[in-house]
Design a protein around this ligand. Sequence first.
Ligand code: SF4
Ligand code: SF4
Length: 358
Amino acid sequence: MGNSGAELEANVYNRQVKRDQKKFKVWTSAGLMLSYFCPAQCACCYVFSGPNAGEAATEMSVEDALDHWAAILRLGGEKGKVHLTGGEPFGDFERLERILQGACEKHLGGLEKIETNAYWCTDEKVVRERLGRLKELGLERLQISTDVYHQEYVPMERVELAVRIAREVLGADGVQVRWRDFYENPVLVGKMGDRERTEQLLAAYKKRRERLLGRAADKLANLFPLRNYESFADNNCGKSFLGARHVHVDGAGNVFSGTCIGIIVGQVKPRKAVTLDELWCGFDYREHPIISVLVDQGPVGLWSIAEELGYVGGQGYASKCHLCYELRSFLHKRGLSGEQLGPGVCYGLNFEKPQVNA
Ligand code: SF4
Ligand code: SF4
């Protein structure tokens, strides 16, 4: 793999398929999930991040973060990029600083952005110092989350402080406010009654469809009209998996395709002595017991597997991904496919005490 990254033929599956068949695209972008810890518990969260979700086994070490970073650059070449995310990556600022410091020392480029919910932005001096330090270490873009869900947990003044100082330190182009329309006209549902709050959440979802996985499946799906599982029969996930150029990696070394969090494509360091590029080269979806079903049939294909184990179905499903999540959650809780479904925090399980320095 040179500066232009990996060739498609470096992957074992791509070498076997016919010319006209869909190839498994090269991963060129990785989101490093430094921790599942987060001070918030947003209803839209596609894992179950929260104050008690950071356990030692899923905290990403500086060494592993740099290892994954280097691997995605080998795969993606000049297109290779990483973003640092969580949970909340500012939950451990020292780690964030050490990762960027290490990347500078190893001359790793391609830092796309760091994401934050701005909960830590309570003191102007601290915000300026931290962002200034990260800028010195190569940060060019900060993504600040702000929407109806996040603002149930993070006071708007902190977001405003973060945006103001980040614009000063990184320049206007260095700040991505997600979402800008909400930032300009925030709707705070915290003090609203149930009915009004539900209306606002529905309005927000209609505007931007969150993927109904993890806590979002638990908290949001029931707000929508639910459909029978058979109505999703025509929806396979071939495009999502084979065409995904983006992966997420958590601190336990679980690799997820795109935002299909909780479906483990494979495991890298520290769980296995495998790097991200080695995993990509050796991955053949046909050998993966869950992904092979999803690629060929979509989540409906998991129904019969779950049914055999006693799944009787819920009241219906709001979307294809909601159906997928419910079936996977059932299979995970039944202990099926421990290497392919997990970790527990993606399914609302296994919380331990947080291990972070806020
Ligand atoms: S959506 Fe982001 S900010 Fe909200 S709980 Fe999840 S990780 Fe935290
Ligand atoms: S249905 Fe499942 S596998 Fe398909 S895109 Fe949604 S989460 Fe991913």
